[in-house]
Ligand binder design. Sequence first.
Ligand code: SF4
Ligand code: SF4
Length: 130
Amino acid sequence: MRNDHERLKRALLHEMPESLKLKINACLQQENITAEAYQALIGELRARKTLTSPRDAINWYPSINHAACTRCDLCISNCPKGVYAYDGDKIVVREPYNCVLLCSKCMRQCPYGAITFPDKNEYRHYIVYI
Ligand code: SF4
Ligand code: SF4
């Protein structure tokens, strides 16, 4: 529930119609909101989310510092989008444009701090809710 709450708060950083903003704010202010109500609103946001440019024109994807990477494989096994792969004995970013825009889960999970992303604030305008 806490994650859902944070997700809704983050959605407010993007452009969207005023009516949707009001709906999110009303949800955030309710004290006894149910998990179902959160999920319904998150589902609506997912359906209304759109990119302002083609995904392959947006250079949001991870970079690996190979000097720090120990090839623990966590990034390969945890990324649901198949962004990482082995190239010989090195882990590489094989499918950069499969990376979900503004996701940085693998950076937080890398135990060796070997993954970096650009500044999210420079990429928020690529996502809007219609
Ligand atoms: S999680 Fe980090 S250390 Fe592990 S393989 Fe990926 S980049 Fe390398
Ligand atoms: S940020 Fe998310 S989608 Fe992108 S590579 Fe990492 S885990 Fe995969």
